[in-house]
Design a protein around this ligand. Structure first.
Ligand code: H2U
Ligand code: ZN
Length: 347
């Protein structure tokens, strides 16, 4: 695609929302907040970490001496089991609407090593993480009261992550949350209107164009979406039309592990720091009607903008009007594409 260097809006067909792109603004000066860079010299084992093997968590429970991944029920879960829905909610009215919410929250550690992040794991270790997410999804989705399983990773203090030990979270809920519900409606609407899957069509168009592709293998492609909000946002899409992690064949699990390692290595190499982000998979809702238009994908939402210490703030216009970006998605993709996939720490 040719570079656009004048203000314009772009449509996000997955959420049915617009983003404002202002490429001419990318060079403005910055005198605002400067973030701390993440520590680069973590120990392999931290006796004070509540996720390291053998350590005691806040509740007094002791982590097993695990050697690959480790999953446990979140000790401070945001959602509690169905038995928690005891009290009575106020009667619904057009202005005041409340609804019961129950679920299961878990923490998944990627590795017993306190100091290794996704791009530093071996291919085998990264595959074990994908399989854990997949097995957890299958187990949680099989429960009658669960309607959606959200797998996500919050990485870096800037993103509110409380502990550098590599871990992710899973929140399985009795309801479909806002973002997946928007995507559900949009994917179903696209299928109805065009007779094809939205993300299958997107993959075809992106492979033809190429300007937003960052990395690909036989089974997955990572792009900076045309409608990206965050400066270096990524969308990772499966080539085969499938709707959830448990549907992936073994070769696709390997493909997903490969693409996750490669894009996170590029991220770390961008500013030569452990790159912060929120990442998560969007899988089809469970225990409801089938979602034929649903196509498995992951979003990476990283906050950093122009250096390791200057982030994008979603404030002002973003909070009150709509998201806005300066750098075009095509420029962001080219920058990520030009980076090595060899992690800077191993150089
Ligand atoms: P972050 O991914 O945002 O860092 O959160 C880590 C989770 O770990 C958080 O949801 C949980 C917190 O509730 N946790 C435990 O389950 N046990 C502990 O002993 C400390 C933190
Ligand atoms: Zn640890």
């Amino acid at each position: 695609m040719t570079q656009l260097d004048f203000p314009h809006r772009r449509w996000n067909p997955l959420t049915s929302e617009w983003v404002l792109v202002s490429p001419h603004r990318a060079r403005r000066p910055w005198l605002g907040q400067v973030e701390k860079t993440p520590p680069d010299n973590l120990p392999q084992y931290d006796p004070t970490c509540y996720l390291c093997p053998g350590n005691t968590r806040n509740t007094g429970q002791v982590n097993p001496p695990y050697s690959q991944t480790f999953t446990f029920d979140n000790d401070f879960a945001a959602l509690l089991g169905p038995e928690s829905a005891q009290g009575e909610l106020p009667p619904e009215s057009p202005l005041f609407r409340a609804s019961p919410a129950s679920g299961i929250c878990r923490v998944v550690c990627f590795s017993p090593r306190h100091d290794l992040t996704l791009p530093e794991l071996s291919q085998i270790e990264a595959e074990a993480v994908i399989r854990t997410w997949s097995d957890q999804t299958a187990e949680l989705a099989a429960k009658d009261f669960i309607h959606y399983v959200q797998v996500f990773e919050n990485k870096g203090a800037v993103m509110g992550c409380s502990n550098p030990h590599p871990h992710s979270q899973i929140w399985a809920s009795s309801y479909v949350p806002n973002e997946p519900q928007k995507e559900r409606d949009a994917q179903a609407g696209y299928l109805k209107q065009h007779g094809h899957c939205l993300l299958c069509d997107l993959m075809e168009a992106e492979h033809k164009d190429g300007s937003r592709i960052v990395a690909q293998n036989d089974h997955f492609t990572a792009i900076v979406p045309f409608w990206a909000i965050w400066p270096f946002e990524l969308l990772v899409v499966s080539h085969r039309h499938c709707a959830s992690l448990p549907e992936l064949a073994p070769a696709e699990v390997s493909g997903l592990a490969d693409i996750m390692r490669r894009v996170t290595a590029r991220y770390d190499n961008l500013f030569e720091i452990s790159f912060p982000y929120s990442m998560g998979f969007h899988q089809q809702p469970c225990n409801g009607q089938a979602d034929e238009g649903w196509h498995l994908h992951a979003h990476f939402y990283p906050p950093l903008l122009r250096s390791a210490t200057v982030r994008k703030f979603m404030v002002g216009y973003e909070m009150l009007a709509m998201p806005q970006r300066d750098l075009t998605p095509e420029t962001a993709a080219a920058r990520l594409r030009d980076l090595s996939e060899v992690h800077y720490k191993t150089k």
